[in-house]
Ligand binder design. Structure first.
Ligand code: UDX
Length: 437
């Protein structure tokens, strides 16, 4: 089977490569010529564990192609996936410009039946617009070709994208016809040979499922952050509370970790978009509004803790930061809490030195040399008055605290992810603060 995937961002590149890994011939299409030229040289636009090797292997095997021209491969493929970006508009709604551009191109150049699948996260009702855009182009050409639209939201997590795609919890597909249902079944069967968990449904439900899943996960995080903050006030330990509630199978253990706020390309954007969609229909999503508000507050919690410790006297204070990416195993800094903390520290007159295993180039692109980029974790804490742990990378979990303490000017550690043991930190002589404990 041959397919095309438009957009070589996280979702497009990972899906395309994983489909190729399972034997499908894949054309990954992107209008960005530099990106495609790089990919053809084996240079990837993102860091994702295991991806580079898989791209190279499938490229060599002739199953994975990187091209700029969608029109030229439309004759060869049976399915076109659209995995282009849906950046938030100023008002928070998803911008469908790129999604509809793909649809128009398909309509203009298709020469046989196609199933056009939207993989990007798009508001309910988008499939209809995609259908209209394709039909409009076919009508202009006087063509009576038929096609189907489908919705196949992607649930992969950055940092574990390849693993998630290869062994998904479930696959959600919204279809309008038996024909595209059969195509999608063929395409996904290799991923779920022993346990076929493709949930077929109508298209609007599939579109909604993605938003509801991300909104629910974001809600869990904001809820736990609120509980953690209250734990601090009343003298409870959120870690114990988390374990206590997680053992209820209805609640479950995962995604209950308080921290310094959620970031990334999905949760913030999708929560805003869902609030906006609901508002457009005259329905206020009160819970999600609060989820967003709590998260905004939580992103500056580390700054507030520093500010409180130094009683507002932050001018000239040296702050070390471990972790810039919005979460471990990625170089992505979109909506990262580190950006909020750094901005506030700089505004207050602090000097910041930071270390991240992979996101430092990304940080330079975003905030330039407003901070010092350290060689390693120890270089970062040199002469520091406080160390902030923002991203829980594995290499931050067991530092030599003796060395850290010697290097710091003041033994103060504020842990935004609760990865250290308060008793142990006290033994090493640190003044240790964390979230909700
Ligand atoms: C998320 C969804 O998990 C995924 O299904 C969807 O396809 C895209 O959005 P991703 O953005 O890659 O994936 O990251 P995820 O691992 O879900 O983490 C999101 C944010 O939540 C991170 O900032 C993370 O630090 C934070 N988080 C996560 C917490 O603060 N606490 C938790 O318990 C879990």
């Amino acid at each position: 089977m041959k397919i095309a995937i438009v957009g070589t961002g996280y979702v497009g590149l990972v899906s395309g490569t994983c489909f190729a890994e399972m034997g499908t011939e894949v054309f990954c299409v992107d209008v960005n010529e530099k990106k495609i030229a790089d990919l053809n040289q084996g240079i990837l636009p993102i860091y994702e564990p295991g991806l580079e090797e898989m791209v190279n292997r499938n490229q060599k095997a002739g199953r994975l192609h990187f091209v700029t021209d969608l029109a030229s491969c439309l004759n060869e493929v049976e399915v076109v996936f659209s995995a282009v970006g849906t950046p938030p508009d100023e008002d928070g709604s998803a911008d469908l410009k790129y999604v509809l551009e793909v649809a128009h191109t398909v309509g203009r150049y298709m020469n046989k039946y196609l199933t056009v699948v939207t993989k990007s996260t798009v508001p309910v009702g988008t499939a209809k617009k995609v259908r209209q855009a394709i039909q409009e182009e076919l009508d202009k050409r006087g063509s009576d070709l038929t096609f189907d639209v489908a919705s196949n939201p992607e649930f992969l997590k950055e940092g574990a994208a390849v693993k998630d795609f290869l062994s998904p919890d479930r696959i959600v597909v919204g279809v309008e016809s038996e024909r595209s249902k059969e195509l999608m079944t063929r395409l996904y069967r290799p991923f779920l040979l022993n346990n076929f968990r493709v949930i077929f449904m109508d298209v609007p439900s599939a579109e909604m499922t993605k938003y509801a899943a991300n909104a629910m996960l974001a809600t869990r995080i904001s809820f736990m952050n609120d509980i953690a903050n209250l734990c601090e006030i009343v003298g409870a330990d959120v870690n114990m509370v988390r374990k206590g509630i997680g053992t209820d199978v209805r609640i479950g253990h995962r995604f209950l970790y308080p921290g310094c706020g959620y970031g990334g390309s999905c949760f913030p954007k999708d929560v805003k978009a869902l609030v906006k969609t609901a508002a457009d229909h005259g329905y206020p999503m009160r819970i999600l509004q609060a989820v967003e508000e709590v998260n905004e507050q939580q992103k500056s919690i580390l700054f507030r803790k520093v500010d409180k410790y130094f009683k507002g006297d932050l001018k000239g204070k040296r702050v070390a930061i471990w972790g810039l990416a919005f979460k471990p195993e990625t170089d992505d800094m979109r909506e990262a809490p580190s950006l909020v903390v750094i901005q506030k520290l700089l505004e207050a007159g602090c000097e910041v030195s930071a270390y991240d295993p992979v996101a430092m180039d990304e940080s330079r692109r975003r905030i330039g040399n407003t901070i010092r980029y350290a060689k390693d974790i120890y270089d970062a804490v040199m002469d520091a008055d406080v160390l902030l742990l923002i991203t829980e990378w594995k290499e931050f979990r067991m530092p030599s605290w003796q060395v850290v303490k010697k290097l710091m000017a003041n033994p103060l550690v504020i842990d935004g992810r609760n990865i250290y043991d308060p008793a142990e930190m006290a033994e090493y002589g640190f003044d240790y603060h964390c979230i909700g404990r």
